[in-house]
Design a protein around this ligand. Structure first.
Ligand code: PLP
Length: 388
């Protein structure tokens, strides 16, 4: 049978990087001794009030159709939370509730770029970006980051063409943990104004930044900024698929039409649980932020003297990039061999771009004892390879 050209655009070229993760997840499900540091899904319990609210609404039969862009009180709460985080005053009309930031990115990009258009992002980037952008027929243009994985503004400007429609980035970044600073954002803003571009800002990790704040352009360029948000990371509840986009009202209307085709409304009990979660955002965010801060320090200390590898301290988030080139192995071979030998699953940095092909990405949002054991295994693995 024949398929449309979109199936090739979404099949992606980074599938190999996930092999180890899927093997490790399957092994863990079989009860085997594996340490999974390849994805950012901390095993924290759902906040009791959120759980209670979800169950209560489920028992009350909240399983009927809901409005395509989300229930009004939830949209209002998101608008308020967004305003507090970014300084941009918005109303419920600027918000569409979607199935996670991933779904929000898909929706936003379908609304602003189509066949033949270009969307620019920085390498390294979150691994699903290329397929999510290119599904529409748009082309993703990757601009390598500068030293420390910071955005390279002149390299960005050099990539602008008449076909460029948007610039996309995550701050804090996954995988690098870089937070874009005011100066970098202002430069990006100037470029966007000059070339009339959309700015898609993925803020899924904003709650994990110091004080839950990151510099952003939403308040200064409200006509062209689309902010993506989610409860997945800030509340450690990715499986509930609670995310959103905030943007100009006209864009929100188009996004709502797309959400109508795609989702036809998300589960009511999840929306009610999300509303409760938003009311508990400060405590939820400090729970995960404190956990990440303390685990990051443990991991940096444990990895410090291991031969052949060098950890790059992230500014925020739950991931760390570790340069493994000193072991003589590619990141992919390191990932495969470490799993085969020591049953520790990390992610090949090549999944995020060329710039990180010498690095593996390690998630440190886990138990202290797990980190120590993982680092012990990584040490043994590296010593065997480097010191032999
Ligand atoms: C940068 C980035 N954006 C988006 C997502 C997807 O988030 P959500 O679970 O809200 O769809 C992730 C998940 O890891 C991410 O790292």
């Amino acid at each position: 049978m024949r398929y449309s050209p979109l199936v090739t655009r979404i099949s992606g070229d980074g599938a190999d990087a996930w092999i180890t993760h899927y093997q490790a997840a399957a092994a863990r499900a079989r009860g085997e001794d594996v340490i999974l540091l390849s994805v950012g899904d901390p095993e924290l319990p759902l906040l009791p009030a959120v759980l209670d609210r979800a169950i209560e609404r489920l028992r009350a039969g909240d399983v009927h159709y809901t409005p395509a862009s989300g229930r009004r009180p939830l949209l209002e709460a998101i608008a308020q939370a967004h305003g507090a985080r970014t300084g941009q005053a918005v109303s419920a009309d600027n918000v569409v509730f979607l199935a996670g930031a991933q779904n929000a990115l898909f929706t936003a990009s379908m609304c602003v770029a189509g066949s033949g258009d270009e969307v620019i992002t920085f390498d390294p980037m979150y691994a699903t970006y290329p397929a999510t952008i290119e599904v529409s027929g748009a082309h993703m243009v990757r601009v390598p980051t500068a030293t420390g994985f910071r955005p390279d503004i002149s390299a960005l400007e050099a990539q602008i063409t008449p076909r460029t429609r948007a610039i996309l980035w995550a701050s804090p970044s996954n995988p690098s943990g870089v937070i874009f600073n005011q100066e970098e954002l202002e430069a990006i803003g100037r470029i966007a104004r000059r070339h009339d571009l959309w700015l898609i800002c993925d803020q899924v990790y904003a709650g994990l930044a110091p004080n839950g704040r990151v510099p952003c352009l939403a308040a200064t360029l409200p006509e062209r900024v689309v902010t993506l948000g989610s409860l997945s990371k800030s509340h450690a509840m990715p499986g509930l698929r609670a995310g959103w986009l905030v943007g100009p009202i006209e864009l929100a209307r188009h996004a709502q039409s797309l959400a109508m085709c795609m989702l036809f409304g998300l589960p009511g009990f999840i929306q009610e649980a999300a509303l409760t979660a938003l009311s508990l955002a400060p405590e939820a965010e400090s729970r995960i932020r404190d956990l990440c801060n303390s685990r990051r320090e443990t991991m940096l200390a444990e990895l410090k003297d291991i031969p052949g590898i060098q950890a790059i301290p992230p500014e925020a988030g739950m991931f760390m990039l570790v340069d493994v080139s000193g072991t003589g192995m590619s990141a992919y071979d390191f990932m495969r061999a470490l799993y085969e030998r020591e049953r520790v699953s990390v992610m090949d940095g090549a999944a995020f771009g060329k710039r990180t092909s010498r690095f593996v990405r390690i998630c440190f949002a886990t138990e202290e004892a797990t980190i120590r054991m993982a680092c012990e295994r990584i040490r043994r693995f590296c010593e065997e390879r480097v010191l032999r």
